[in-house]
Design a protein around this ligand. Structure first.
Ligand code: FBP
Length: 554
């Protein structure tokens, strides 16, 4: 273990005052029932319309031991281990005889009853550490009747009082459905969700942010700042940085606000303005040409991972390709063609005119990637497309054209870069370490209070930790029916970047300035020791959305 890791292990997360003495607390109803969407209600009638919960001092101490299961679901996010250590400490405070059981490798661990008893020794090794390796994670969805029945058998066999599902929107939807199933089948296990995802798209009026977003954006911003400084120092490269976030652009937006790159695509804006790939690439080239006139043949462009899926013409192209490649006549025909360029020609010939045009503007590698790399369901793997290379190729083509026309005389040398997995499993920032520790405590108290179908919530996050507040939010209030793979399903709607929201407004006020001036900001690495305004800095997104700008560094 590195010296820093050892130091971090002994860091004691501060707890909000409101939950310090967990043994003297209970959750009580905050309000009248919140309402569940009527179609969702038809599916979860036993757990719909539940009230919000808040903590209150309780006269009675809780001597009864709890037996709780915990599972990590989906992509890693810094702080996951601290939810578990927080949960462990909280149930042990409630009773020394309480037990915490980890389900291994994600929700499949529940279905297969693949477990590990989490002892004090094990938990201590992972305090304030990154990653999900204490018990592993996975992306299995509990969906079929057999899987639900197996989950019931596991919960009953282990005699669980509670099951904590740490995950994103899909996993929390799953938590709500499992809670309903358990109530319907008289299983005593309370199911509680915890909001996790670096993407930052699991938030709403109650959930201020998901854990992992703070650490990931700080990590990526350190990297972007370093690259900006290298770009400025050498003066010879354009860096095209793709940045993680499967769908929404919260991560890209936060990093842009922190580091001021020359150009940042915000996918939600692209969709709203119905921009084409060509328009987008032209905008980047306009910026490159203007900078070249000032003698600047370098710069930084940030591209959110999900960007191309938000380009309307690309969306249509992908859907047509999925359709086309699901038909044997076409897959056989493509397979029988040896020549790569002929394969591309064949596909361009059977697409609609508009999609064919879009397909033909793409660089050759991407054209082939689109027809060859497919997921197990046969769909095009859009998230695997190297959009940083795509935009470099498109810029090269356009700048060459402008050079021939005489409207550009600069030099263009580009470097692709991907900010991704390195932001998910790093040491959690103080914010995420403390937020997660408190989320674990809130989850324990929800189970102690026999609440089921709730999400653990810590709010007032722009205030000092001591003033954070704990709540229980019925997951059903966040759910709506949406079409997924052609079928109506209950889901927690992903929070996309709001174009009317404050963080985006802050970005649009400054972005023109950032294009030409080198107003780069170099945030440096996450700090664990030192002045509070650095160690406990919150994201600009959170500060802007919750109106407490003072604590954010812009
Ligand atoms: P979650 O939504 O499960 O938190 O995962 C988010 C994420 O990190 C995305 O940003 C990224 O697109 C995706 O996971 C990568 O998934 P995988 O780990 O399966 O490659």
């Amino acid at each position: 273990m590195s010296s820093l890791n050892q130091h971090r292990r002994s860091f004691v997360p501060e707890l909000p005052k409101s939950i310090e003495d967990i043994n003297q607390l209970c959750f009580v109803q905050e309000s009248a029932p919140t309402f569940t969407d009527s179609e969702v209600k038809d599916l979860i009638s036993n757990t719909a319309d539940q009230p919000l919960l808040r903590v209150e001092q309780s006269e009675v101490a809780h001597p009864n031991p709890l037996k709780v299961g915990v599972v990590l679901s989906g992509g890693q996010a810094a702080g996951g281990h601290n939810v578990i250590t927080g949960l462990y400490d909280a149930i042990k405070k409630i009773s020394e005889d309480s037990q915490l059981i980890g389900f291994l490798n994600g929700p499949s661990g529940i279905v297969d009853c693949d477990t590990m008893l989490l002892t004090g020794d094990i938990v201590d090794r992972y305090r304030n550490s990154g990653g999900f390796d204490m018990i592993g994670s996975g992306r299995t969805k509990i969906e079929t009747a057999e899987q639900f029945a197996a989950a019931k058998e596991t919960a009953t066999k282990l005699g669980l009082d509670g099951l904590v599902i740490i995950g994103g929107d899909d996993s929390n939807t799953n938590a709500a459905l499992l809670a309903e199933y358990f109530v319907k089948h008289q299983v005593k296990t309370s199911v509680v969700g915890v909001p996790k995802t670096i993407d930052g798209d699991l938030k709403n009026e109650y959930i201020e942010t998901s854990f992992g977003f703070d650490t990931a954006t700080k990590t990526y911003s350190e990297i972007i700042g370093n690259i900006e400084r290298d770009s400025l120092s050498a003066g010879k490269y354009y860096f095209f940085i793709k940045i993680m976030g499967r769908s929404a652009s919260h991560v890209a937006l936060e990093c842009a606000l922190k580091t001021h790159p020359n150009f940042t695509i915000i996918s939600e804006e692209v969709a709203a303005k119905k921009k084409t790939l060509k328009q987008l690439s032209n905008e980047i080239c306009d910026m490159i040409c203007e900078r070249a006139e000032k003698g600047k043949n370098y710069g930084v462009v940030v591209i959110p991972e999900g960007a191309i899926e938000f380009i309307p013409e690309f969306k249509v192209l992908i859907s047509e390709l999925n359709d086309l490649l699901s038909k044997e006549e076409h897959t056989d025909a493509i397979a029988s063609i040896n020549e790569r360029t002929e394969r591309v020609k064949y596909v361009a010939g059977v697409l609609s005119e508009r999609s064919s045009e879009c397909y033909q503007t793409l660089p050759n590698d991407i054209q082939l990637q689109l027809i060859l790399d497919r997921d197990p369901h046969g769909n095009v793997q859009v998230s695997k497309i190297e959009s940083e290379r795509l935009f470099i190729e498109l810029a090269k083509q356009e700048l060459k054209r402008r050079k021939q026309k005489g409207s550009y005389s600069g030099k263009f040398s580009a470097q692709p870069f991907f900010c991704g997995y390195e932001g998910r499993s790093c040491l959690p920032s103080n914010f995420d370490a403390q937020y997660c520790y408190a989320l674990g405590h809130a989850a324990a108290l929800l189970i102690q209070s026999r609440a089921t179908g709730y999400m653990s919530c810590v709010k007032n996050l722009t205030a000092p930790v001591s003033e954070w507040e704990i709540a229980g939010i019925p997951i059903s209030t966040m759910m709506v029916m949406e079409k997924r793979k052609g079928k109506l399903k209950p889901v927690i709607r992903k929070a996309l970047v709001e174009l009317e929201g404050k963080p985006f407004a802050m970005f649009t006020r400054q972005r023109d300035e950032w294009k030409l001036s080198d107003d780069y900001v170099y945030p440096g690495p996450i700090q664990f020791f030192g002045p509070e305004e650095i160690t406990n800095m919150i994201t600009i997104t959170l500060a802007e959305e919750r109106h407490h700008l003072a604590q954010a560094v812009s």
